[in-house]
Write a new protein. Structure first.
Length: 211
């Protein structure tokens, strides 16, 4: 059975065409604040969304705040997500998702915006040879190291936002799986055990011939 996958990373964002993602960004009455995340999948799935307060984001994809100032919105938004675990991701360990933000705010609690992302899941494959203990307590079935060969899909969700509110950007890991590489000490003990078993079989064969 394939092991679960530990994922960790951070995200940046920006407004406008051909912009450079950063930790924070503003456009009119919109403010983006970045976030970090980490967690282990269960049955190949991990949700990333919650803690919507700017400056204290964790385990989401950052947050957007919308002021009550009158404004019309029709602007691109770029979200860049970078994975720091698993390591050894083939190609790039970053993914970029582009959204179109549309809507109108006329006064407090009047109007709002819609954030329409490209929701196409992106496939990541990895070969993480840097075996480390999983930093989160896990059941035996989840695997106990963060190394191995595997893959996962990652996607971002659309959402709407009212004036005067803050909401987390959220997404999910799906189809995650890895074949864990044995830790060096575990592998050495396994080889010693095999050698001992082979020696015992050989001695028994010699004894049977002598009889």
């Amino acid at each position: 059975m394939a092991d679960e996958v530990f994922v960790a990373g951070f995200d940046n964002g920006c407004f406008g065409a051909a912009c450079a993602p950063g930790a924070t960004a503003t456009s009119g009455g919109l403010t983006f604040s970045n976030s970090t995340f980490q967690g282990t999948t269960a049955n190949g799935f991990r949700g990333l969304g919650g803690n919507p307060n700017p400056g204290s984001n964790f385990n989401n994809l950052g947050s957007l705040s919308l002021s009550t100032a009158p404004q019309s919105y029709n602007t691109p938004f770029t979200l860049q997500v970078t994975f720091t675990a698993p390591q050894g991701i083939n190609g790039s360990n970053s993914a970029t998702f582009v959204a179109t933000i549309t809507g109108t705010v006329r006064s407090d609690n009047t109007g709002g915006i819609f954030v329409d992302f490209n929701n196409t899941p992106i496939l990541f494959t990895f070969n993480d040879t840097n075996s480390e203990p999983n930093p989160e307590a896990q059941p035996p079935s989840a695997g106990n190291t963060t190394s191995g060969n595997g893959s996962f899909f990652f996607s971002v969700n659309d959402f709407s936002l009212d004036p005067g509110q803050t909401a987390p950007l959220n997404g999910q890991i799906t189809g995650a799986q890895q074949t864990t590489v044995p830790e060096p000490t575990t592998f050495s003990l396994f080889m010693v055990g095999l050698a001992g078993a082979a020696y015992a079989v050989r001695r028994k064969q010699i004894a049977n011939r002598g009889a």
